[in-house]
Design a protein around this ligand. Structure first.
Ligand SMILES: C[S@@+](CC[C@H](N)C(=O)[O-])C[C@H]1O[C@@H](n2cnc3c(N)ncnc32)[C@H](O)[C@@H]1O
Length: 430
């Protein structure tokens, strides 16, 4: 593999080629690194950079200089794949490094100052790569990182190939914890199995630890990991233990807005009773409150529940049915809040939901983080009709961003909204 690196500061690249894996790979002729400097393509008294149009501070690498250098690199390496390092690029990960290791010739273009003139990228880039969601002052460190990660994937660069296949992030899993001698450090011992000599057991132990490490530290990776059904079950159990068991849902029929913005009571919908109860049960919600101020409507809800729970209908008794046991019928949001306070000794944080966009809404990761980090119970409010009133929204601690698509039409039934929202917050992604 030939790497061509175009840089403002060649001296920043050179040291990394003298040590470790890169240096060994160069010595073993697995890779070759050619360093090109922008300054070699300048006319007399010309600068590499110039001021930006539009008045923002910071200098930009001139297209004329970069293009001259790039044309020259391309002439010497006609088959090269040209990669610009920019924070806007595709995020580098192990899979991308592996993909790139299949090329024979890669040109890595380092930016500096405020980066490249967009026209240079348009003309010459086969790909833009970012090494992560942060800014460093120039492309030289990212270039070394990119070359190192690609080189590791080239056959014979890393002495023991198993080291590469066992690396974290291979098969989208983190590596199991590793230890070296002594077997005991201040009383902390190496796991017994690792010194047992039983290779099959050691392999199983490492796999299990790797799965546990991933679910605890980088659950997002598991979406792409190759795991079997037993492993998935184990991970789900681990995860279920960590999920907050003090979240509640209330379906609100008053106060509700109608299409004209008037405050009304809505009628109970039979489907909302069973369907939302089943969704709540699926996502570990502790109780599902149906709130209605009208006695007859509460009795109707109770009759529906009795229908499913008593007499001949009981033949349908199944785990599906268990969801109904977590329903409580209340006359208002306040009585639901009081009921939670009686259980937990404190008022719940109120999370309202709405189909409209408002300025003070929170996103799903924020709510997930709050659930993980504070010990308050949480009550999620779902409106009927045209939604919860402004007063209810104003009195909530948080209003969640609406769920939906990119289209103007957004009239999800409350049952669907409950399912989508609970899945975003509590859903298993692996
Ligand atoms: C100070 S940065 C310019 C950042 C630019 N103002 C922006 O917001 O996109 C200078 C150069 O460092 C390199 N660089 C900085 N952060 C990077 C990252 N996360 N991934 C890849 N290259 C990066 C790029 O080559 C970039 O052109």
């Amino acid at each position: 593999m030939i790497f061509n690196v175009l840089t403002v500061f060649r001296e920043l690249i050179k040291p990394s080629t003298k040590y470790g894996i890169l240096s060994k790979a160069i010595k073993n002729k697995k890779i070759k690194i050619n360093i090109f400097s922008y300054s070699d393509y300048l006319n007399d008294n010309e600068r590499i950079d110039d001021k930006q149009f539009g008045g923002d501070p910071g200098m930009i690498i001139k297209d004329e200089v970069a293009s001259k250098a790039l044309r020259s690199i391309k002439k010497l390496n006609p088959e090269t794949k040209t990669i610009f390092l920019t924070p806007k690029g595709r995020r580098l990960n192990n899979n991308l490094a592996k993909e790139l290791s299949r090329y024979k010739n890669i040109s890595i273009i380092c930016g500096r100052y405020e980066g490249f003139d967009e026209r240079t990228i348009d003309k010459h880039a086969d790909m833009e790569i970012s090494i992560g969601d942060f800014i460093v002052s120039g492309g030289e460190t990212p270039a070394v990182i990119l070359m190192d990660s690609i080189s590791r994937m080239i056959n014979g660069v890393v002495g023991n190939e198993e080291s590469v296949t066992n690396d974290s992030l291979n098969n989208s899993l983190l590596k199991h914890p590793v230890y070296t001698r002594p077997a005991s450090v201040k009383g902390k011992k190496v796991p017994k199995l690792l010194v047992s000599g039983n290779h099959k057991k050691i392999r199983e132990f490492k796999r299990k630890k790797s799965l546990i490490e991933t679910v605890k530290k980088r659950e997002d990776l598991l979406e792409y990991a190759n795991i079997n059904s037993q492993e998935r079950e184990m991970l789900m159990k681990i995860k279920a233990k960590t999920i907050k068991s003090s979240c509640y849902v209330a379906l609100v029929h008053y106060p509700i807005e109608n299409i004209k913005g008037e405050i009304i009571k809505t009628s109970l919908t039979n489907l909302d009773i069973q369907d939302i109860a089943r969704t709540c049960q699926t996502y570990g919600i502790k109780k599902y409150f149906i709130t209605h101020p009208v006695k007859e409507q509460r009795e109707l809800a109770k009759n529906v529940l009795d229908y499913w729970e008593k007499g001949t209908n009981i033949r349908n008794h199944s785990t599906k049915h268990a969801a109904l046991e977590n329903i409580e019928i209340k006359n208002s949001i306040q009585t639901a809040i009081k009921s939670i306070k009686d259980i937990h000794g404190k008022k719940p944080k109120i999370v309202a939901t709405d189909a409209r966009i408002m300025h003070n809404m929170v996103n799903y990761s924020d709510i997930k983080r709050k659930l993980d980090t504070d010990d308050n119970p949480y009550l999620f409010l779902f409106g009927t009709g045209w939604g919860l009133t402004n007063e209810v929204l104003d009195n909530s601690d948080y209003i969640l961003k609406p769920v939906g698509s990119y289209y103007e039409y957004n009239h999800l039934s409350v049952r669907s909204a409950v399912a989508i929202i609970l899945d975003r917050i509590f859903g298993c992604k692996f």
